[in-house]
Design a protein around this ligand. Sequence first.
Ligand SMILES: Nc1ncnc2c1ncn2[C@@H]1O[C@H](COP(=O)(O)OP(=O)(O)O)[C@@H](O)[C@H]1O
Ligand SMILES: [Mg+2]
Length: 187
Amino acid sequence: MRRQRLQLPAVQQRQHALLVCKNLSRLRPFQKARRIALYLAANGELDPTPIAKLCRRTRRQLYLPLLHPFSHGRLFFCAWQEHALLQPNRFGILEPCCRGNSRKPLRSLDLILVPLVAFDASAQRIGMGGGFYDRTLGKARRESCWKRPYLIGIAHEMQKVATITPQPWDVQLDAVVTEAGVYWGKF
Ligand SMILES: Nc1ncnc2c1ncn2[C@@H]1O[C@H](COP(=O)(O)OP(=O)(O)O)[C@@H](O)[C@H]1O
Ligand SMILES: [Mg+2]
């Protein structure tokens, strides 16, 4: 799937990115969200750039994930100001330089846009295999009586597979949005 995703022509990549932005912008959880975390696309991942531009135009605060410095295998989220300096982490993925006060606890985010490698029609997700999002979001999910961010996967329709059997640690997404439509999670 990762190889196929990487082989998508640039024209299609751009087209999908715009259509996902359009489909997402019609959803209530997106319209209501003021603090939105997304990611910088790599390896053919659906590019959230049009979404980031829309968010900045509509004055929402954006956040990016960073590798947690102490808690192994976890991410944390930091405010992403436009034109901020970014630096590569140990996987070569760019991150903002995070100062203490721009770091945000999970519960204060309204929406997290999650990258994925494959998904199914009930919004089950397979990631890159590191379990980073599962570890980071699992706690928020378990404490579901508390306020937690809405979780939406964004992807190319070609990343859809017939069924994904979730593992006990896999975090269920609320929805997956592609250029072709929206898939809602089962709860
Ligand atoms: N909440 C968690 N606590 C401990 N280990 C976890 C947790 N979530 C995932 N893992 C570990 O991370 C590994 C990768 O998770 P997996 O779901 O396969 O990756 P991905 O979600 O990136 O596809 C698993 O072997 C699992 O043991
Ligand atoms: Mg997983």
